[in-house]
Write a protein of this length. Structure first.
Lengths: 238, 431
């Protein structure tokens, strides 16, 4: 049975590219996100290009994840889960409200969704979580965002530890991808295309990889940065 | 939203411009950017894949809106054959809508965007049966600031007619409805070899009328000769070549007069005159099989000349053009002749009944001089230069060749379109 990919945060360009990968393999889709108008455009395009079933699920993870949880509970079809939803706030922009929204989206709602998905009775579980290289080491610029990603990574690591053979959980740590976040930002030396990022996630999941970096060389950059002694890390202006 | 300073060129890589570029992800982001620009009284230019040969797709020191993210197909109605899509959708993507339908008109590359096709009212090799692309547009949405105009032949007909062949100066073309053509995507091709241009001209205006597609390849580097191709949709199928080659960036030019003359001789000699079946894309867009082929011309790029001239004087004009190229010692690496019987649909449409020749030149001073002289000649014979290809037309020549430009200027003033391009500045199109 072909699993239906449930794409969380589907209006992001990486999620759209991933949905196209899944649609090209004739997987049905449910696109979940806040911007209903934009999701309708993406869904219409995927239906026409790939002749697949593509539904929309309106859900604001900053409010609550219940539409997704209900969908996972009530629908009998098999699901696979792609989590692209994320709320990014730099440390210097944090307010009480922003902190709450970021943690609600990045941690509370997403862990509820992961939990509901893993609990769901189905023959196989496939999950891809888009994390960030920011999760590797706390950085002055965005350590709370990095921490929210690290929280889910840590949760998923535990699930990977006890995972049966039918469960595949992939964490993709993203470096610079050519999206609205990196567009025109100074210091971007190379940004991978959203399409190549989506392909990397797709291939890594079907190769049952636990952790993948995109672009790949961020593995080496982060390998060095995480091993730097703290007194050097403290002096670095990154 | 952040902008990014980028270098831009056109398809021929013969110019470099520097602009601030915005790339909105969603239609709502586009509205925000356009409102912001309007508030600051800043002009901008929407740019698709930048595949025009002229400076209509660049805006040096100005603001470019990249439409890469607006390439969604929106709906297709099989009963009426009407396809709705966003402006940044490519002609190649239109083939995905339905296996029994093809785009009604295909420009020289299928990687051009639909909005770009409208903004230049592009033509194909099927003008006799298919007209220009603008004739198949049912409606289009043009956005200026936060205002979106839904234009058709009944709603805002003036803006509709100005936007077709409007060079992107009437606003951002956000959504489009195209009447697709129910037809096979394979064609049966037959080729003829000719030694005299007058035979080609005569065959194209007689036998050519009986075929869906026709085009002639001319050899301007050796003695007079031409390959004339006719094609018609057929039920048979041919394998589409999946292998695509690409040319890497080259520090030097690979194309010169003697190797192109040699290539032309080889191409003519080995061309088959037997009937064969090809995919429509392979027949219509043979150069798409070689990605970035303009890199063969090195860092200087190439110049293209394209003009339309009346049928009655076609042979004489072709001889005169050949004479100018010879006397200026320009190198015409590729030349293609097509026949038009239907005029374009827009105010500034290039297409009018007659013959059109497109010639690629190695970009050098000789080519520029030859093109300037040919531009003047075309004006004298009541012809027109194609603005999607032109870099060297003067404002006086433009006014003479495009008498509707006054009406066009009135419309962009009336709708306060807020667009500009290097071509717009050069020809004084925007007030």
């Amino acid at each position: 049975m072909t699993a239906t990919w449930l794409v969380i945060g589907a209006s992001s360009i990486i999620a759209e590219a991933f949905a196209a990968c899944a649609a090209a393999q004739q997987h049905p889709l449910i696109l979940c996100g806040r911007d209903g108008e934009h999701l309708a455009i993406i869904a219409a395009d995927l239906r026409l290009r790939y002749r697949i079933r593509c539904d929309i699920l309106h859900c604001d993870l900053a409010v609550d994840a219940s539409p997704v949880l209900t969908c996972l509970q009530d629908e009998t079809r098999e699901f696979a889960l792609f989590i692209a939803a994320s709320h990014i706030v730099d440390n210097d922009q944090l307010t009480a409200r922003e902190t709450e929204t970021m943690l609600r989206v990045n941690v509370v709602s997403i862990s509820q969704i992961i939990h509901a998905f893993i609990q769901k009775q189905q023959t196989a579980h496939r999950l891809i979580f888009l994390s960030s290289v920011a999760a590797c080491r706390g950085r002055a610029k965005n350590s709370l965002y990095g921490g929210s990603k690290a929280a889910i990574e840590c949760y998923l690591q535990g699930l990977q530890q006890q995972a049966a053979a039918s469960v595949s959980i992939t964490v993709a740590r993203l470096g610079y991808i050519d999206t609205v976040q990196t567009w025109g930002m100074p210091g971007i030396f190379y940004a991978a295309s959203p399409e190549s990022c989506a392909q990397t996630c797709w291939k890594a999941s079907y190769a049952r990889r636990r952790l993948v970096y995109c672009p790949f060389f961020w593995r080496y950059i982060m390998g060095i940065l995480t091993r730097l002694p703290f007194f050097i890390w403290k002096k670095m202006k990154i | 939203m952040r902008s990014k300073t980028q270098l831009f060129s056109n398809f021929s890589r013969a110019l470099i411009s520097k602009s601030d570029c915005y790339r909105p992800d969603r239609e709502s982001d586009l509205t925000a950017v356009l409102m912001d620009l309007q508030r600051n009284n800043q002009a901008c230019l929407a740019r698709g894949n930048g595949l025009s040969y002229s400076d209509c797709c660049t805006f040096d020191q100005g603001i470019i809106i990249n439409t890469d993210r607006f390439r969604h197909l929106l709906s297709f109605d099989e009963a009426s054959g009407i396809l709705c899509c966003q402006g940044g959708t490519t002609f190649d993507d239109l083939f995905l809508a339905h296996p029994d339908y093809v785009p009604p008109v295909l420009p020289g590359t299928v990687h051009a965007t639909v909005a770009g096709g409208i903004a230049n009212d592009v033509h194909g090799k099927n003008n006799v049966s298919g007209g220009t692309f603008g004739q198949h547009i049912v409606w289009l949405e043009v956005q200026t600031g936060e205002r979106v105009y839904h234009c058709s032949r009944n709603e805002y007909p003036d803006l509709f007619q100005a936007s077709i062949a409007g060079l992107g100066l009437t606003g951002v073309i956000t959504r489009v409805a195209i009447k697709m053509q129910k037809s096979s995507r394979y064609v049966q091709v037959q080729q003829e070899k000719h030694h005299h241009v007058k035979d080609v001209v005569q065959r194209m205006s007689t036998e050519g009328l009986r075929h869906s597609y026709q085009v002639a390849w001319l050899d301007l580097l050796n003695e007079e000769r031409a390959l004339l191709s006719f094609a018609d949709p057929c039920e048979d199928r041919a394998a589409e070549k999946s292998r695509r080659w690409t040319v890497p960036p080259l520090p030097f030019r690979l194309i010169n007069a003697w190797n192109m003359a040699l290539f032309n001789r080889y191409y003519y000699r080995t061309a088959s005159t037997q009937t064969r079946v090809q995919s429509l894309r392979a027949f219509n867009n043979p150069l798409d099989a070689l990605s970035n082929w303009t890199r063969l011309y090195g860092k200087q790029g190439l110049l293209q000349f394209q003009a339309v001239f009346p049928e009655a004087s076609a042979v004489e004009v072709l001889q005169a053009l050949r004479g100018i190229i010879r006397s200026r010692r320009a190198t015409p690496s590729l030349a293609v002749l097509k026949y038009f019987s239907q005029p374009g649909a827009g105010l500034l449409s290039f297409v009018q009944p007659g013959f059109t020749i497109a010639i690629d030149f190695i970009h050098n001073e000789a080519a520029r001089q030859a093109i300037q002289q040919m531009n003047a000649l075309i004006g004298d014979v009541k012809g027109k230069i194609y603005l999607a290809k032109d870099r060297l037309l003067t404002r006086a020549q433009f006014i003479e060749q495009y008498p509707n430009q006054d009406a066009f200027q009135d419309i962009i003033k009336q709708y306060d379109c807020g667009m500009q391009s290097d071509l717009g500045k050069r020809l004084g199109l925007v007030g």
